[in-house]
Design a protein. Structure first.
Length: 351
């Protein structure tokens, strides 16, 4: 097929952490082209938009495409991750504060709404927003003004809001974790971003984009993809979506030999879809005995920091098991995502 698929990337791709988001989106598959057509239709309006999709599917890039296709394209686009801040910090960052409003407020500071005035504010992982902040966000959307912490006078703002989520907000509403009125305020238009394996014609163009990108960074001749490698990419289910695909191709560029990337260079992770049936699984007692033996070996070594070692190994194993998906990893371990991110940053697994 002789055409150039539409590719969107971040303005500064080098600043993007692959452990957090996809760095490119391709519109080549019929499902993707249908989404691009919808973006072109809704972008010129000022309607709030809710982007729905799994981690690593490129939600922020879709938000940027909406902004660039809108009448606000020349104005600021700011992207905020709702899961990366505590409630107190999030309020001061979102709405700003006046000098002396709290300890450490040495100067007044405009919040993100004011900074994005005239443009677009993208709130990623809106499902992580605490209920008290949902109330305040709803008020801003209703009244079109913000009040800085420590101030009495409101500031008018003209901001288009695009939110994104990888959780079922309707379920969150039913469980009382998300306000219904805010949900409908955000979901004037819904853009559903399919997972990568549901848009297979995007896979090879994305792979070639990442090969070109990293070949340039590594200052090597751009290799091709063998037919077998291409088939393996198409057959793989991509539980980590575009972000996982980029990681796989980045690694392949570091280890391949010859003039093309082959199947063995991809090192695709085993998945539940293609794992062979296992023999009789070990019983909980057997697993407990194995774990205890491992602990005793650590005790015998006289190893320092045993507890931290066990925590790090557990988090690392869970993070790999969930294909670098922070939300699922936190859920698997029974901890909050903020706690998980603290450990991942300490372990230098994310920026």
């Amino acid at each position: 097929m002789n055409y150039s698929p539409h590719i969107i990337t971040f303005p500064d791709p080098r600043s993007v952490s692959l452990s957090i988001r996809a760095s490119a989106v391709v519109f080549a598959d019929p499902k993707s082209l249908q989404l691009l057509s919808l973006i072109d239709r809704v972008a010129p309006s000022n309607a709030n938009i809710l982007i729905i999709g799994e981690t690593g599917t490129g939600k922020e890039l879709v938000a940027r495409q909406v902004h660039l296709s809108s009448l606000r394209a020349a104005q600021p686009f700011l992207a905020i991750n709702c899961g990366a801040f505590s409630e107190t910090l999030f309020e001061s960052e979102l709405f700003g504060f006046e000098k002396g409003a709290f300890t450490g407020a040495m100067n007044s500071k405009a919040g993100w709404f004011e900074a994005a005035n005239g443009g677009t504010l993208f709130l990623d992982e809106i499902g992580d927003l605490p209920l008290p902040m949902q109330v305040k966000l709803l008020r801003v959307l209703q009244e079109g003004e913000v009040v800085r912490i420590g101030a009495r006078k409101p500031v008018k703002v003209d901001v288009r809001l695009i939110a994104a989520t990888n959780v079922d907000l309707e379920k969150a509403v039913a469980e009382g974790r998300f306000r219904e009125d805010l949900y409908y305020r955000l979901k004037v238009v819904a853009l559903e971003l399919p997972i990568l394996r549901e848009r297979p014609r995007d896979i090879v163009p994305l792979a070639r984009h990442f090969i070109s990108k990293y070949a340039h960074r590594l200052d090597i001749i751009e290799p091709g993809l063998s037919p077998q490698a291409e088939k393996a990419l198409l057959d793989y289910p991509w539980p980590g979506n575009i972000r996982e695909l980029e990681n796989v191709l980045h690694r392949a560029l570091l280890v391949f030999h010859g003039k093309q990337i082959d199947v063995e260079d991809l090192h695709l992770l085993p998945t539940q879809i293609d794992k062979p049936a296992r023999e009789q699984p070990a019983s909980p007692a057997d697993l407990q005995d194995c774990f205890t033996r491992h602990l005793k070996s650590l005790f015998e070594e006289g190893r320092e920091g045993i507890f931290d070692h066990i925590v790090d190994q557990t988090i690392h194993a869970a993070y790999q098991w969930e294909h670098l998906n922070q939300v699922r990893t936190a859920r698997l371990l029974g901890i909050s995502r903020n706690v998980l991110r603290t450990h991942l940053k300490r372990m230098k697994l994310i920026d």
